[in-house]
Design a binder for this molecule. Structure first.
Ligand SMILES: Cc1cc2nc3c(=O)[nH]c(=O)nc-3n(C[C@H](O)[C@H](O)[C@H](O)COP(=O)(O)OP(=O)(O)OC[C@H]3O[C@@H](n4cnc5c(N)ncnc54)[C@H](O)[C@@H]3O)c2cc1C
Length: 447
C-alpha cells in the first residue's frame, strides 16, 4: 500500500522539471493563498535524479535558432541565477563556434539575443574568429570557423547537486518527495479528469497532476491514453502528414577525458566558457592520422571537477527502432545497449585535439566507464508543455531540458492561474495547426 492515499497535487518524476515545478508550485500556492508545499507530493519510481537530469552534462545556454526556445532559455537562465550556490551553477558563459553553413543562422540568433537583451558577442570572418579564440586559448586551432557567438551568461551546473539543491528548497516549503513508487496508470472521472494516480503501492487520489517523465514520456503518454501517432500540418503547403509517431528515441553520446580540469584554463588562468564547435573541416584521428569524417561534425566540452576531467559530447543519433521496442530501463550508464563505445571516444578526443593542441596525445586518458543515455523526442524535436484531461500538466521536454529549470516555474504559475505566453508555442495543438518551430542547419536536433 502507498504511504499516501490523497494529495491535492501529485507530481510524477523527481528530475529537474518535477522538482522545479514542486518548489515553484509551493511558492505560488503560498503567495496566492491557495495552499502550501504540504499540498504537494512528488513521487518517483526510483529516487531524485534517477533519470536524464541525473546524468546530464549540465550545459546551460541560450543559443537556439527558434525564437520561442531562446526566450524560454533566457527565462531559465534567470532562474539559475537566483541561487547559484544551491543550484551548483557555474556562470562561465557559452560559445557557439561554427563553420560557414551555420553563419547566417547564428547571426540571426545573435540579432535576436540583442533584441531580448541577452548578453552576447558575435565575431565574424575566419581571421577575426581565430584572433578572438587565440586570445582566450593560446592553442586554438579549429579549422574553417567563420563565426563565434560568445554568450556571456549561462555555463553549466552539476547535475545531481543541483537536483539536491532544488529538492531541499522544495522540502523546506513542506513538499514531500517519495522514491520507490511506480506509477502504473490513472483513473479518470466521468468527465475524463484524472481522479487518482495508480501506483505499485496503491492509489493516490488527487485534484491535479503534473507528469514530468523525461525519457519515460512514451510510457506515461500511453497511460494517459494519448495518441501514439499525430497528424502534422505543413505550415508552407497546408498539406497534412498523418500517422507520424509521437515518440522517437535518440541516443546521446557523452564522455569524459580524465585529465586535470585545470588543463582547460584560459590564457588568464580562469575557468573557461563551455565550448561548442560545429564544423565541416575534415576530422583526422589523433591516434593514427586516418580520416574520421569529411562531413559536418560537432562537439561540446567543458572542464568539470564533478566528472573529474574534460566532459562533453558529440551529436546524438536516432535509435532505429519503434519507440515501443526501445528499452528505457535500465537507464543511462546502466543500460547494456545505449552507452558510448570506442567510435565515440576516438571521434570526440580527436575533435578536441582538432580544436585545441593541448588535447593532442591524451587519448589514453579517456575514461572508459559506461556513459551516455537516451532521450524521448517529439515529432518536431521540441517540447510539449500542455494540459490534458483538464487537470494533468505534461512536461515533455524532448530532451532539451536540464537547462530549462524555469519551465517548472511557468507551469506552477499557469496552474495557479497566471499563464505565460512563453509556454504557448509548445502546446500539443501546434502539430494539427502547423504552428511549427523553424529548423536550423545545426547537426544537433536541439539547436
Ligand atoms: C546524456 C545526456 C546529457 C544531457 N545533457 C544535457 C545538457 O547538458 N543540458 C541540457 O539542458 N539537457 C541535457 N540533457 C537533457 C536533459 O537531461 C533532459 O531533457 C532533462 O533532464 C529531463 O528532465 P525531466 O525532469 O523531464 O526527466 P528526468 O530527469 O528523466 O526525470 C524523470 C523521472 O521520472 C521518473 N519516472 C519515470 N517513469 C515513472 C513512473 N512510471 N513512475 C514514477 N516515476 C517515474 C524517473 O525515475 C525519473 O527520475 C541531457 C540528456 C542526456 C541523456
Amino acid at each position: 500500500m502507498s504511504t499516501i492515499k490523497q494529495s491535492p497535487y501529485v507530481i510524477v518524476g523527481a528530475g529537474i522539471h518535477g522538482l522545479s515545478t514542486a518548489y515553484h508550485l509551493a511558492q505560488a500556492l503560498k503567495s496566492s493563498g491557495k495552499g502550501s508545499g504540504k499540498d504537494i507530493v512528488v513521487i518517483d519510481k526510483t529516487e531524485i535524479g534517477a533519470g536524464a537530469s541525473g546524468i546530464a552534462c549540465g550545459v546551460i545556454r541560450n543559443n537556439y535558432f527558434q525564437p520561442a526556445m531562446r526566450e524560454l532559455m533566457a527565462h531559465s537562465v534567470a532562474v539559475w541565477e537566483t541561487d547559484p550556490d544551491a543550484f551548483s551553477y557555474h556562470p562561465v558563459g557559452y560559445m557557439q563556434i561554427s563553420c560557414e553553413s551555420m553563419h547566417e543562422d547564428v547571426a540571426s540568433i545573435y540579432a535576436q539575443q540583442k533584441a531580448i537583451g541577452y548578453d552576447s558577442v558575435f565575431i565574424e570572418g575566419r581571421k577575426d574568429c581565430k584572433d578572438y579564440m587565440v586570445n582566450i586559448f593560446h592553442d586554438w586551432q579549429a579549422q574553417r570557423i567563420t563565426s563565434v557567438l560568445h554568450e556571456k551568461s549561462g555555463g553549466y551546473a552539476n547535475n545531481k547537486k543541483s537536483l539536491q539543491g532544488l529538492a531541499s528548497k522544495a522540502k523546506a516549503e513542506g513538499v514531500r518527495i517519495i522514491g520507490g513508487v511506480t506509477v502504473t496508470g490513472f483513473s479518470r472521472d466521468n468527465k475524463g479528469a484524472i481522479k487518482s494516480v495508480e501506483t505499485d503501492r496503491g492509489n493516490i487520489d488527487c485534484d491535479y497532476i503534473v507528469v514530468a517523465p523525461g525519457p519515460w514520456a512514451k510510457q506515461l503518454w500511453h497511460m494517459l491514453e494519448m495518441p501514439s501517432t499525430v497528424s502534422i500540418k505543413n505550415p508552407g503547403t497546408g498539406t497534412i502528414s498523418h500517422d507520424i509517431p509521437m515518440w522517437v528515441y535518440w541516443s546521446l553520446q557523452e564522455g569524459t577525458l580524465g585529465v586535470d580540469p585545470n588543463l582547460q584554463q584560459t590564457n588568464e588562468g580562469k575557468m573557461p566558457p563551455v565550448i561548442h564547435v560545429d564544423t565541416d573541416a575534415p576530422l583526422y584521428s589523433d591516434i593514427d592520422g586516418s580520416l574520421l569524417s569529411d562531413k559536418m561534425w560537432g562537439i561540446y566540452y567543458k572542464p568539470d571537477f564533478n566528472f573529474g576531467g574534460i566532459q562533453g559530447g558529440a551529436a546524438p543519433f536516432i535509435i532505429d527502432k519503434k519507440a515501443d521496442l526501445v528499452a528505457v530501463d535500465p537507464y543511462g550508464p546502466e543500460s547494456p545497449e545505449f552507452i558510448v563505445g570506442n567510435d565515440f571516444s576516438t571521434m570526440w578526443v580527436s575533435a578536441l585535439a582538432h580544436c585545441q593542441k593541448r588535447f593532442s596525445g591524451t587519448m589514453a586518458q579517456y575514461k572508459n566507464g559506461p556513459s551516455g543515455g537516451i532521450g524521448a523526442f517529439t515529432p518536431d524535436s521540441f517540447p510539449v508543455f500542455d494540459v490534458f484531461h483538464g487537470n494533468c500538466y505534461m512536461i515533455a521536454d524532448s530532451n532539451h531540458g536540464y537547462k530549462m529549470i524555469g519551465v517548472g516555474k511557468l507551469v506552477a504559475e499557469d496552474i495557479c492561474g497566471q499563464s505565460s505566453s512563453l509556454l504557448d508555442p509548445f502546446r500539443f495543438s501546434r502539430y494539427a495547426q502547423g504552428k511549427l518551430h523553424p529548423v536550423s542547419n545545426s547537426p544537433f536536433p536541439w539547436s
